[in-house]
Design a protein around this ligand. Structure first.
Ligand code: F6R
Length: 336
């Protein structure tokens, strides 16, 4: 798992190549919406896409994390069905509805039923390499596979320059987070979190999706409950919860980057102070790079590595996700 987390740069490149080489993608003319359907580690790519492009895309981009396609999805919607395994019930249900409604579908998958059904119905597939130790560890494939395809469709401008910078940033960061490095920020953060409850904050947009990614990585790799919230929204509710004494046993990780809206950036110190007065300990972590892709993925890699080191510190193998497997088996078997 650690090797995959630290190998994100190469994965992004491979995902992009897979996306760019898909043939017979749907026609983008008269499209009115883009919808990404996917759960868990495969749905995250939709969250990242939305955060990266919402202020630059002429079309609304929605992310569906459940079995139902929104009513507005029809012939003029592009539906990206994202499932690394290709076997996730919710994503398959969206795929079926999208086929019935005549949506323009692209599947992003390493195979499974989604790959098979797409082949049978002539739906183009971004063919992701298999072998990642779980869909959450396939973020580079999933995100860049989707990006490559929508770039080919002309929906987003070329990401070549951003991908180059992102790869450089991620390669440098991977060296710093290598297990052999004694001065290692991810190990340090893992030890600092220890047995406490982690709450991750980020600024609305890429900071916020990075915070959610840290939360799920801490859940799945470190096997702990963890929570994420977004600024400025948390200043309108959560901040009240950081009342006298309530923060004991909690740590807050504030994920920061240079592209935050200035009005949102200003809120961090004041919000952190309130949390600290309640007894929580806090630390700020900064993204690397100049472009949004490098920033959000450097935060994602640092969160991934921190979660893996924390799992190991707590005596767990980060890779298995028994609770998810158990739920999938129970629901598939109809045994409730
Ligand atoms: C496992 C993971 C899960 C899966 C989810 C959907 O590593 O992160 O959240 O991503 O159960 O499965 P896929 O991604 O195969 O559609």
């Amino acid at each position: 798992m650690l090797r995959t987390v630290l190998g994100l740069a190469a994965q992004c490149q491979e995902g992009y190549t897979a996306g760019r080489t898909v043939r017979e993608l749907p026609d983008a003319s008269s499209l009115s919406s883009v919808v990404v359907c996917g759960m868990g580690g495969s749905g995250v790519s939709g969250d990242f896409l939305r955060a990266l492009y919402r202020d630059r895309l002429a079309l609304p981009l929605d992310v569906v994390k459940g079995p139902e396609l929104p009513e507005f999805c029809g012939r003029e919607s592009l539906v990206l069905c994202s499932s690394y395994s290709g076997g996730t019930a919710e994503t398959l249900a969206c795929f079926e509805t999208a086929s019935q409604r005549g949506c323009r579908i692209v599947s992003v998958t390493a195979g499974g039923a989604l790959g098979e059904r797409s082949g049978e119905r002539g739906v183009p597939v971004v063919p992701l390499p298999g072998g990642a130790p779980g869909p959450r560890a396939a973020l580079g494939y999933l995100l860049f596979g989707a990006l490559g395809a929508i770039e080919s469709m002309g929906l987003v401008p070329s990401i070549t320059a951003d991908l180059e910078e992102t790869s450089r940033v991620l390669e440098d960061l991977a060296q710093e987070l290598d297990p052999g490095e004694a001065d290692n920020l991810a190990k340090d953060l893992a030890a600092w979190i220890g047995e406490r409850v982690a709450v991750v904050w980020g600024a609305d947009g890429i900071g916020s999706v990075a915070a959610s990614r840290w939360k799920t990585e801490l859940n799945e790799n470190a096997k702990i409950p963890a929570f994420a919230a977004s600024l400025p929204e948390l200043d309108h509710n959560e901040v009240v919860g950081w009342s006298e004494g309530a923060g004991k046993g909690f740590v807050i990780l504030a994920l920061r980057h240079d592209g935050e809206h200035p009005e949102v950036a200003k809120r961090f110190p004041a919000s952190i102070q309130i949390a600290e007065e309640s007894g929580a300990e806090t630390r700020e972590v900064r993204a690397r790079g100049q472009c949004s892709l490098a920033r959000v993925l450097s935060l994602a890699m640092l969160g991934g590595a921190t979660s893996v080191y924390l799992g190991m510190l707590r005596g767990f193998d980060p890779t298995p996700i028994e609770a998810i497997d158990r739920l999938k088996a129970v629901l598939e078997g109809g045994d409730r």
